[in-house]
Design a protein around this ligand. Structure first.
Ligand SMILES: NC(=O)c1ccc[n+]([C@@H]2O[C@H](COP(=O)([O-])OP(=O)(O)OC[C@H]3O[C@@H](n4cnc5c(N)ncnc54)[C@H](OP(=O)(O)O)[C@@H]3O)[C@@H](O)[C@H]2O)c1
Length: 232
């Protein structure tokens, strides 16, 4: 049985992924930060192994490692889906705290979950890490489509793209591919005004695409719904 860890599995894209991988018979580790979401996840998949943690926790690595080491030997797939966005009107209203909050979730949190998962991914022989990024993290896209209120989000997703490339350089030596993905314009809680895709449709697309990832797949920002790469 293949094993997957999905962060932010309580709602939106993460929940659709959780439902899909559960339906496909995978052993699923949903990472959530709010205990009240547990019963909903258990209703969908009574045999899942929830990890209760906030991506900003100082002991995040320990929390993830503890559950994984108790419940699995190998991990085939890590989907770093959880993401944080806070809209701020006016660039000068952005504080260092707001920037740090974005980096703690969208960059450090992803790095720490990946570090915790690494020893289990390695044991799978071939494994993948999907970092759910965004078109908004693309410098080239930004120059044509400004999103003035999402500056901290864009900066953090841009950093996540770089992190993904550097992780892939390092981890692919051990058979672990790391790829950043723009999931599409999803109709979720944080839906952009031009949202046109259900999280379920995007989850299915991701499920199918991940099966095709191999050593030759380029580590570039993959536009899931358009099946193309977005320039950095
Ligand atoms: N929606 C889109 O059109 C779109 C476009 C491009 C990229 N994305 C990316 O896709 C991913 C999923 O987004 P979504 O649309 O499904 O948004 P969403 O419905 O807001 O889901 C975000 C998830 O991240 C979790 N999360 C946020 N901060 C966290 C923290 N500190 N610790 C642990 N979990 C945390 C949330 O948990 P709580 O419920 O507990 O807050 C939630 O499960 C994100 O990375 C987002 O940036 C989305």
């Amino acid at each position: 049985m293949k094993t997957i860890l999905i962060t932010g599995a309580n709602q939106g894209f993460g929940k659709a992924l959780f439902q899909l991988y559960s339906d496909k018979g995978w052993k699923v580790f949903p990472l959530i930060r709010d205990e009240s979401a547990l019963s909903g996840l258990k209703e969908i998949n009574p045999s899942c192994f929830p990890i209760l943690a906030d991506l900003r926790d100082d002991d995040l690595i320990d929390k993830v490692t503890k559950v994984l080491s108790e419940q699995c030997d190998t991990l085939e797939l890590l989907i770093n889906n959880a993401g944080y966005v806070k809209k701020v009107e006016g660039a000068l209203n952005i504080t260092s705290e707001i920037l740090e909050d974005h980096f703690k979730v969208n960059v450090s949190g992803i790095w720490n979950v990946s570090k915790a998962a690494y020893q289990f991914l390695i044991k799978a022989g071939h494994a993948n890490i999907i970092n759910v990024s965004s078109r908004r993290g693309s410098i080239e896209f930004n120059s044509s489509e400004p999103f003035a209120r999402a500056l901290p989000y864009k900066v953090s997703k841009c950093a996540l793209n770089m992190l993904s490339v550097l992780m892939d350089e390092e981890f692919s030596k051990e058979g672990i591919r790391v790829i950043p993905v723009h999931p599409g314009k999803l109709k979720t809680w944080v839906a952009p005004p031009d949202a046109d895709t259900t999280p379920e449709a995007a989850a299915l697309k991701l499920y199918e695409w991940v099966t095709k990832i191999d050593a030759n797949t380029p580590c570039k920002l993959y536009d899931l719904m358009n099946e193309d790469f977005i320039p950095w």
